[in-house]
Design a protein around this ligand. Structure first.
Ligand SMILES: Cc1cc2nc3c(=O)[nH]c(=O)nc-3n(C[C@H](O)[C@H](O)[C@H](O)COP(=O)(O)OP(=O)(O)OC[C@H]3O[C@@H](n4cnc5c(N)ncnc54)[C@H](O)[C@@H]3O)c2cc1C
Length: 393
């Protein structure tokens, strides 16, 4: 039990989040038919989350958050993900949450005040710009083509980006470009005339604030202090961001998969076919049991990987394993839930078809399943060959 005056622990914040999602986010979904979260609704939900004491669980206390570690996030983010609106309400949605984590670790004190503080407070949004059109960076970041050249007093950046979540409406971007010394991260303000947000890309999902856009970067001048971390260390920092970021997607989408199963369980308890309730028929029970197994296995992998990250490792192997399994498991769980609800499942009367559209692209972003499987298999072969006794980092 929490003593009077003590900061609430993970279990208490998770429980508060569960109640907040049930009482505030689920009713608000009626006002969010998609395709994009209304700015006013986001601000309203964030104010309510602050009031409920669940805002920014992942953010350090000095920046207004709850200061939980990554293992703590896993319990709370799963609860938040039960509603499509939960992560936005708690300010723990992608890409902002990953950017906050990166800024906390890599940014200078001045950069933290300028970029992290307003982002953590929910006053602004941000984006992360890595992916490029062919033949540039995609699943192979090594193909990074956006260039950064030194000029008097700073840098000039040129290139094309696409699929940049939240670029439309973001106050700033963390942008990856190739300098002579190697890949480098730059903080680019949205009002920089060289940062030109272009065509919104029509994807199947709707919950990312600002959608996903193409961006043209034309003669984009930034000052020397726009470099995030060290010049040439961009790929290393990408690992700092992407390991936790792919795991937090797993946490949030697991919450949504649980919701899908709950919808199916309600239906299976009520619907009678062939003289039995659906929940009593063996083939339906098989679908339910397989989803319960997928949920438990996903949660275990997430907590295993989170523990590795909390111990200071990059957790490349563990986050890859968790990402592949959870991205595919949440799809299976939602698909089985849809099947159990019959024709209603594919209508807009139930949210299941929409949930499928929301989660499908998770098997592609933050590393496609094939890229992760390829990396996992190569590590396994290296371990077998005795190059390393444990997973490399
Ligand atoms: C909804 C959404 C949001 C996104 N948000 C962002 C964002 O905010 N910022 C950003 O920078 N990017 C973002 N992306 C881009 C995303 O990271 C890329 O789509 C992803 O890295 C894959 O790159 P690509 O699309 O160029 O596919 P490609 O690199 O062309 O890969 C195509 C396919 O090749 C296969 N493949 C890849 N590697 C291997 C391998 N080793 N062996 C066998 N097959 C393989 C996979 O099936 C893969 O899907 C987003 C994408 C989506 C869909």
């Amino acid at each position: 039990m929490t003593s009077v005056g003590a900061a609430p622990g993970v279990a208490e914040i998770a429980e508060r989040t569960r109640a907040f999602v049930r009482d505030v986010c689920l009713p608000a979904e009626q006002r969010f038919p998609g395709p994009e979260l209304d700015r006013g609704l986001r601000a309203e939900l964030q104010a309510a989350a602050r009031e409920a004491g669940v805002f920014a669980p992942h953010v350090p206390v000095e920046f207004g958050g709850r200061g939980l570690d990554i293992s703590g996030w896993s319990a709370v983010f799963e609860e938040a993900g039960y509603s499509l609106l939960g992560p936005q309400a708690l300010n723990c949605a992608a890409p902002d949450e990953g950017n906050m984590h990166l800024l906390e670790i890599v940014a200078t004190d001045e950069q933290k005040e300028r970029y992290l503080r307003p982002l953590a407070a929910g006053d602004v949004r941000s984006c992360f710009a890595m992916t490029e059109p062919h033949p540039g960076a995609g699943s192979d970041p090594g193909a990074l083509a956006t260039s950064a050249r030194r000029v008097d007093g700073g840098w000039v950046i040129d290139g094309e980006k696409r699929f940049i979540s939240g670029a439309d409406g973001a106050a700033f971007s963390i942008c990856m470009a190739r300098a002579q010394e190697g890949a480098t991260m730059f903080l680019i303000d949205a009002e920089n005339p060289g940062w030109q947000v272009g065509r919104p890309m029509q994807t199947t999902d709707t919950v990312f604030a600002g959608g996903h856009s193409e961006v043209a970067i034309r003669e984009c001048r930034v000052s020397a202090d726009a470099v995030l971390g060290e010049v040439g260390e961009g790929f290393g920092y990408a690992q700092v961001r992407l390991g936790p970021a792919r795991l937090t997607h797993c946490m949030r989408w697991l919450g949504l998969a649980r919701r899908a199963l709950d919808i199916a369980l309600d239906r299976a308890a009520q619907r009678e076919v062939f003289g039995s309730r659906l929940e009593e028929l063996g083939l339906a029970q098989g679908l339910i049991a397989d989803s319960v197994i997928d949920i438990e296995a996903s949660r275990s992998l997430i907590r295993w990987a989170a523990g590795v990250l909390d111990r200071g490792s990059h957790g490349r192997h563990e986050t890859s394993v968790a990402k592949v399994f959870v991205a595919e498991a949440v799809w299976r769980i939602i698909d089985r839930s849809l099947q159990l609800t019959g024709g209603d499942g594919v209508t807009a009367d139930l949210p299941l078809a929409r949930f499928q559209n929301e989660v499908r692209s998770f098997r592609i972003y933050d590393g496609p399943s094939e890229t992760h499987r390829w990396a996992i298999a190569r590590r396994a072969s290296r371990v077998r060959a005795g190059e390393r006794e444990t997973s490399p980092d």
